[in-house]
Design a protein around this ligand. Structure first.
Ligand SMILES: Nc1ncnc2c1ncn2[C@@H]1O[C@H](COP(=O)(O)OP(=O)(O)OP(=O)(O)O)[C@@H](O)[C@H]1O
Length: 281
């Protein structure tokens, strides 16, 4: 399917407004005043130091904050629906069908004792309400769509038989099974080696182009963000310190903290580049 929608235009499929997330135990405000709009085919990146609130923001967008954390202010709309007004069953329906996610460590999301194809088929069956045989056919198509080599073989394999990159493709297949409009990728390529990471990023970009899938990409790697994102939010200690078009923020950072992140990233890149010459000196 070719998307007729101009990427990043149209009514937002995800809209986060002045979001506040509180830890109930001590009343600490873990996330304060975050907001962004994501339109079909758009890609928003969230960067920032560990513990700055990136994952909590994603989980609030999915309507699944961990126990002990609560939305203390603001609004999240997914496809025009205010999550605060939805019941548990409606939220479960929305997840997967409209907004979905992949995280780091794909193996932990799969059952080790069931072949991966059967697991994808089960998600298809439940989320799309298909009969088993149709779900199996869809699952096989999904494994091919995420560009697994030999998808037919992979279908019958167990998680331990697959590499990290293959497992992440299986998880992406599961996440897009019900054709959601938004996919959250939270450090989804962090554990993968550079080549496999590039392949997965390419796959996400391709899904965006072909289907108008909108993406939220959380990454500590600015190169990943630069490659994929239209807009970037820079978070520190629960707040957004800088937000804007990815190219502007990464090439001409205005906030001191963003400059630090960009400098660190460039230094890291330079170190890698210089390492062999130094070793030989
Ligand atoms: N279930 C929880 N209960 C209490 N506090 C939590 C919980 N989950 C996260 N926090 C706290 O909320 C803050 C933000 O956490 P979050 O996981 O969103 O950060 P992050 O930016 O995604 O970090 P990382 O890059 O390490 O994943 C941290 O101070 C963390 O300790």
């Amino acid at each position: 399917m070719t998307s007729t929608i101009e990427p990043g235009t149209g009514a937002p499929v995800l809209s986060v407004r002045d979001l506040h997330i509180r830890r109930t135990a001590d009343g600490a405000d873990l996330v304060r005043g975050i907001g962004f709009d994501l339109s079909p085919g758009g890609v928003v990146g969230i960067v920032g130091e560990s513990g700055s609130g990136k994952t909590l923001t994603c989980r609030a967008a999915l309507g699944v904050l961990p126990a002990g954390c609560t939305v203390a202010g603001g609004r999240v709309h997914v496809a025009g629906l205010d999550l605060a007004t939805l019941g548990a069953a409606e939220l479960t329906q929305l997840r997967g069908a409209t907004i979905s996610a992949v995280f780091q460590d794909p193996a932990s999301y799969l059952n080790p004792s069931i072949p991966v194809g059967a697991q994808v088929a089960e998600v298809v069956r439940v989320k799309k309400g298909l009969r088993r045989r149709d779900a199996r056919r869809d699952a096989a198509e999904l494994l091919a769509a995420v560009r697994l080599r030999s998808p037919g073989l992979v279908y019958g394999q167990y998680p331990h038989e697959l590499s990290g990159g293959m497992l992440q493709r299986v998880l992406i297949a599961t996440a897009i099974a019900a054709e959601p409009r938004v996919l959250i990728a939270d450090e989804a390529t962090t554990a993968l080696d550079v080549t496999v990471q590039a392949e997965i990023l390419d796959l996400l970009a391709d899904l965006r182009e072909r289907t108008g899938l909108a993406l939220v990409v959380v990454s500590h790697d600015l190169a990943v963000v630069a490659q994929l994102c239209d807009e970037v939010l820079v978070m520190r200690a629960g707040e957004v310190v800088e937000q804007g078009p990815a190219e502007r923020v990464l090439q001409h950072p205005e906030h001191e903290y963003t400059r630090l992140l960009v400098d660190e990233h460039e230094r890291y890149g330079l170190d890698r580049f210089l390492a062999p010459a130094e070793a030989g000196a």
